[in-house]
Ligand binder design. Structure first.
Ligand code: PAF
Length: 284
């Protein structure tokens, strides 16, 4: 696996691949790679000739008092995992390589970036859409792969690609879960084994809500209220628990068929998110 630390090194390598007629996939990450990231790399390898993985802990998407400083940085282990997984190029830029000191341009999506996680983390999604747009311009991939665990992020990225005519195909990859159902996340590393058992209740709350909808329960407000209550009783501090339309993440009404349940909750200082997508025709 090659490693590029600057945009010009990256572009030179990608240019060579392009002139050999090869297609390029990008897997953007913030490192501390787990099986969820490796699933993205594996899928990328199926879809393109060459796979670029970026590791960049993006300061712009962390708010004041959040975990930017302590976010796990495990460069050596990550490199080993990427070598084994068969990625072709690791893009590992510094903050000053990515952001000009006098940068004046950001990318933001109205409304959607302010809902759900955006309401609790003001500015977070502007940081995400800006860095993703910049990475697309740096790498110029044919396709880019993102985990569906961050469903709001995934929807925002599809929105910028549509609205800004960015010539990249966006592919969402299914959430990888622990046996307990807990969605794999770099932030799980902050949890003790006991806390991990509690955190697994998040997926349980989503499954219960989905089953209630599929078995014909009509009051979405009541299902959401029960979801919040279950999380509270399990020892979590719920931020939101919402039944949404999968296409645009607006609150779902009873006639909507493609649904996604979105939730976020804190366990101590650790903020965890998860979601569950389904169609109303599935059997309960
Ligand atoms: O999902 C992440 O790890 C990050 O938000 C991303 C997409 C790499 C942007 O920094």
């Amino acid at each position: 696996m090659q490693i590029a630390k600057t945009v010009s090194e990256l572009r030179e390598i990608v240019r060579e691949w392009r002139s050999a007629g090869q297609s390029v996939a990008l897997v953007p990450t913030m490192g501390n790679l787990h099986p969820g990231h490796i699933a993205l790399v594996n899928r990328a390898k199926e879809k393109a000739n060459r796979v670029v993985v970026s590791i960049f802990v993006n300061p712009m998407q962390f708010g004041v008092g959040e975990d930017f400083e302590t976010y796990p940085r495990t460069e050596r282990e990550d490199q080993e995992k990427l070598n084994i997984s068969g990625a072709d190029l690791l893009f590992l830029p510094t903050v000053s390589e990515v952001y000009a000191q006098n940068a004046k341009t950001t990318v933001s999506v109205t409304d959607l970036s302010e809902w759900y996680c955006g309401a609790s983390r003001p500015g977070h999604f502007n940081g995400v859409t800006t860095i993703v747009c910049k990475l697309f311009n740096m790498v110029q991939p044919d396709i880019a792969l993102f985990g569906l665990k961050d469903f709001q992020q995934f929807t925002l990225i599809r929105t910028i690609v549509r609205d800004l005519n960015i010539p990249v195909e966006i592919i969402g990859v299914k959430t990888v879960r622990e046996i307990s159902g807990l969605a794999m996340s770099s932030r799980n590393g902050y949890l003790t084994p006991e806390e991990k058992n509690v955190a697994a209740k998040i997926y349980q709350s989503l499954c219960t809500a989905r089953n209630a909808i599929l078995s014909g329960q009509q009051s979405y407000e009541e299902i959401e209220r029960q979801g919040v209550l279950f999380l509270l009783e399990s020892g979590l501090q719920p931020d939101y628990f919402c039944i949404c339309r999968a296409s645009d993440l607006k609150k779902a009404d009873i006639d909507d068929i493609e649904l996604v349940l979105l939730t976020a909750a804190k366990l101590g200082k650790t903020r965890l998110i998860d979601n569950l997508c389904f169609t109303k025709h599935e059997a309960a």
